[in-house]
Design a protein around this ligand. Structure first.
Ligand SMILES: [Zn+2]
Ligand SMILES: [Zn+2]
Length: 231
C-alpha cells in the first residue's frame, strides 16, 4: 500500500520547535494533511516520542520514534527506528558523550516534555542543540547497531548539512539513505521531509513509500527494503 510520510518533525522539546508542536497537535495536523506515517525527530532526544506514538495510536497515524543527532562536526543525522526502546539505547549512549550546557529558555526556547494528553511532565535542562559527541564517521554503524537507520538530514544545506559541511558526499561513511529536498546526485535512496518546527510546515501528502502494512513495522520494513536490507 502507498503511505504518505513526513519523517522529520520537531516537537516543543526541541528548543527551536514551536510550543504548539505538542504530540496531539502534530498528530492531528499530520492527519489533516493526509499523511499516514510520521517520525518525531527532536534534537538529540526522543523523550516526546512515547506521547506522540500513543497519540498516533489513538488516532490511526503511524509514528516512528526518531532523533535528529548532531554530530561532532555539527552535521545533522536523522535516526529512524521501529521501536522506542531502540531509540532509548542511542539516547543513553549519547548521554555520556554529549556536551553538557544548560539551556537558557529566554534565548533558545523551552524544552518541554509532554504526556500523551499534552500535559507537561518535565522540562529538559541541558541544551539539546549541541554536539552529541558522535562523529559522522561513527554515526551510520552506531545507529544500525541499535536497529535504526541513520539518514543524513537536509544534506544540501550549508548549515548542518553533510555536503554543506564536508563539501562532498563520501560513500565510505556507510549511509544507506539521504534526506534532501532536491536531487543532489548522491546515488542513494532519498527521503523528502519537512523538518517542521511549526505545525503548518508539516508536509502535505506528496511523498509516499510502498509498505506491506500501515504500522510501525510495515513502514520501517519498507525503509529497510529501500536501503537494501532484509525487511
Ligand atoms: Zn537539522
Ligand atoms: Zn530538524
Amino acid at each position: 500500500m502507498k503511505l504518505y510520510y513526513d519523517f522529520h518533525i520537531h516537537s516543543c522539546l526541541s528548543p527551536c520547535g514551536d510550543d504548539d508542536n505538542t504530540p496531539n497537535n502534530i498528530v492531528n495536523m499530520a492527519l489533516i494533511k493526509g499523511l499516514n506515517a510520521i517520525a518525531l525527530s527532536d534534537h538529540n532526544t526522543g523523550k516526546n516520542c512515547p506521547a506522540t506514538i500513543a497519540a498516533g495510536k489513538r488516532n490511526g497515524l503511524v509514528v516512528l520514534p526518531a532523533m535528529e543527532l548532531t554530530t561532532s562536526e555539527d552535521i545533522h543525522i536523522l535516526c529512524l527506528f521501529e521501536r522506542y526502546e531502540q531509540l532509548q539505547k542511542l539516547e543513553e549512549y549519547i548521554q555520556g558523550r554529549k556536551l553538557k550546557i544548560k539551556n537558557r529558555p529566554e534565548v533558545f526556547g523551552r524544552q518541554r516534555i509532554l504526556n500523551e494528553y499534552d500535559e507537561q511532565i518535565g522540562e529538559e535542562e541541558d541544551l539539546l542543540i549541541v554536539s552529541s559527541g558522535v562523529s559522522v564517521e561513527e554515526a551510520a554503524a552506531l545507529v544500525k547497531g541499535y536497529g535504526g537507520i541513520a539518514v543524513p538530514a537536509h544534506i544540501e544545506k550549508q548549515s548542518n548539512g553533510l555536503i554543506g559541511i564536508l563539501g562532498a558526499f563520501d560513500a565510505g561513511l556507510g549511509f544507506e539513505m539521504v534526506e534532501s529536498a532536491a536531487d543532489t546526485g548522491v546515488n542513494l535512496p532519498r527521503l523528502v521531509n519537512s523538518d517542521a518546527h511549526y505545525l503548518w510546515d508539516i508536509s502535505e501528502a506528496e511523498h509516499a513509500l510502498e509498505a506491506e502494512s500501515c504500522s510501525a513495522h510495515g513502514v520501517f520494513s519498507a525503509l529497510k527494503k529501500m536501503c537494501g536490507r532484509r525487511p
